[in-house]
Write a protein of this length. Structure first.
Length: 89
């Protein structure tokens, strides 16, 4: 199968990401784009359609997801006290 890495669907977990696109067992139709995370609906589709394995040229990415939309991520320091609703009126 054109040097694909074969991944058993039993090994697929929520939140996994891959360094290259992942294809269905036919090697032509894409299941997941490069760098995108596996969501619950992906897992449901694999089960519902009885897909035994997936194919990719890549590998599992283990680094945490870093935002790529150009926005800086702020660290949450704390939450301000909320006024009692009765004291406002």
């Amino acid at each position: 199968m054109r040097n694909f890495n074969k991944i058993s669907c039993d090994e697929i977990r929520l939140g996994m990401r891959f360094s290259a696109p992942v294809f269905f067992d036919d090697g032509e139709n894409m299941f997941l784009a490069e760098g995108k995370t596996v969501k619950l609906y992906h897992m449901t589709a694999l089960t519902r359609w009885h897909i035994p394995f997936l194919l990719t040229f890549g590998h599992v990415i283990t680094e945490p997801v870093i935002p790529t939309d150009g926005e800086e991520v702020e660290e949450l320091v704390g939450v301000d006290e909320v006024e009692d609703l009765e004291s406002v009126f």
